[in-house]
Write a protein that binds this ligand. Structure first.
Ligand code: FCB
Length: 467
């Protein structure tokens, strides 16, 4: 259990408590490249990105930001920015090619070297086991809708925990299981690109089960002081009005986006209303006796990824098929505010709403903001500088929202900016730049954007500059 970080009572104006963790986040498939090296086998994202029409411009993660070969340079960048923490993910098919059997020592060596480099620079490694790159062979055997995939995840977790359990202090089982289940198996806009709503619900359950099995393995194999966590992209759901139909539409979305994970993990049950809403799709018989006890094994913190709020109204406007049980019952409306290059409205209040909700619902669970950031159309000017004032203003507003929630009692222990580097933004390929460090993909040259220099200053003072 982590108890070192002080509680939030010592928040003073615009300053974060000492010990607050300041990080940046990345994910293996988005930055590593080296897709065919050292025994790595294809993941579902290698297959999906090679499927015509799935990823913008036909981009793949084959080279990405070439982090696999430039890791020491990238860790040196983090150190120069003063980061206290770095959140990265391990590529399952690099460490356990094909998703079964023994570990690839070369794969593990890369992560050992990364972790050692971080520790040598005084940066705390925050390791995510699953950030969406399922070995293709496991998808060929049925993927997350199959129960066995959760057991395969537990086996893979043991390989990584054995290798790195003595030196990694924070372990996250899954990143955003909502995207893996619903974007991957219902809407099909993420790998593996299936459009089977019932399979998406089974996938969600097996991801929950994988999480719980993973927690059990980690408790057994990693240092007892390690923090064990899970990262969810909870939706900050706002009903358009107080009217009962809008409120009911928001309830439905909240069940499908949030409570499908929060309730089993933290309360050992699936919500009754979720089961009722999805009754036409499934009887949930894939939930077996004992599963919920495994899924609700205690965690030490919860990671939240937040980008934009979700405004919901009653209505029959077609919803993306990621929302199987809400069709004809709910529709999304755009939030107000300026837009990022993803066309996502900028609205920091949503982050405040989420953090204060979790303060109330999970008062004993420390929180980490494990992702927050924005894409803009950044470019290097003739002098090589990258000016990104919109990103600075996005980050400043969201850090103020975190600060406000902490001042009102939310137990937030850290903030991780998405992302350290420009990278492969899933179905958008390289067309969207989320990095605070610009990557010129032709030369792989890294250039800290103005926002990186701004963030380094925030980290150094552990607070926001007075405006
Ligand atoms: C999140 C993902 C992350 C990144 C950001 C923009 O959903 O976890 O990998 O793509 O969105």
């Amino acid at each position: 259990m982590t108890t070192a970080t002080p509680r939030t009572t010592d928040v003073s104006e615009r300053t974060f408590p000492s010990g607050f963790r300041w990080g940046a986040a990345t994910a293996a498939y988005q930055i590593e490249g080296a897709a065919h090296e050292d025994g790595r086998t294809p993941s579902i994202w290698d297959t999906f990105s090679r499927t015509p029409g799935k990823v913008r411009n036909g981009d793949t993660g084959d080279i990405a930001a070439d982090h696999y070969h430039r890791m020491p340079e990238d860790v040196a960048l983090m150190a120069a920015l003063g980061l206290t923490d770095y959140r990265f993910s391990v590529s399952w098919p690099r460490v356990q090619p094909t998703g079964r059997g023994p570990a690839s020592q070369k794969g593990l060596d890369f992560y050992r070297a990364l972790v050692d480099e971080l520790l040598a620079k005084g940066i705390h490694p925050v390791l995510t086991l699953y950030h969406w790159d399922l070995p293709q062979e496991l998808e060929d055997a049925g993927g997350w809708p199959e129960r066995d995939t959760a057991h395969r995840f537990a086996e893979y977790t043991a390989l990584v925990a054995d290798a790195l359990g003595d030196r990694v202090g924070t372990w996250t089982t899954l990143n955003e299981p909502w995207c893996a289940a619903f974007l991957g198996y219902a809407e099909g806009v993420h790998a593996p690109g299936r459009t089977e709503p019932e399979a998406a619900l089974r996938a969600a359950h097996h991801l929950n089960l994988a999480h719980g099995l993973g927690v059990g393995v980690l408790r057994r194999l990693v240092q007892p002081s390690a923090e064990v966590s899970l990262t969810l992209n909870l939706a900050a759901v706002r009903p358009l009005s107080d009217g009962p139909t809008d409120v009911d539409a928001a309830r439905r979305i909240d069940a499908l986006a949030n409570r499908v994970f929060l309730d089993p993990v933290f309360h050992g049950r699936y919500p009754h209303d979720l089961r009722a809403d999805t009754a036409a799709l499934t009887d949930w018989s894939f939930v077996r006796d004992g599963d919920l006890a495994i899924i609700s094994r205690p965690v030490d913190s919860l990671g939240i990824n937040y980008y934009t709020p979700t405004v919901v109204a009653a209505g029959s406007h077609p919803l993306p098929s990621a929302w199987p049980a809400a069709q004809d019952r709910a529709m999304f409306l755009p939030a107000r505010g300026p837009r990022t290059a993803m066309d996502w409205p900028v609205d920091a209040d949503g982050l405040y709403e989420l953090l204060t909700r979790l303060r109330d619902e999970l008062p004993d669970t420390p929180l980490l903001v494990t992702e927050n950031g924005a894409a803009y159309d950044d470019y290097a000017d003739p002098h090589g500088a990258v000016h990104d004032p919109e990103r600075i203003s996005y980050l400043g507003a969201h850090l103020e929202a975190v600060h406000r929630a902490m001042a009102e009692g939310a137990d937030v222990r850290g903030y991780f900016l998405w992302s350290l580097l420009d990278n492969f933004e899933w179905a958008y390929g390289y067309s969207k730049r989320f990095g605070m460090v610009h990557v010129d993909y032709a030369s792989q040259r890294r250039t800290p954007k103005d926002s990186a220099l701004w963030y380094a200053d925030v980290v150094a003072r552990s607070g926001l500059p007075r405006s």
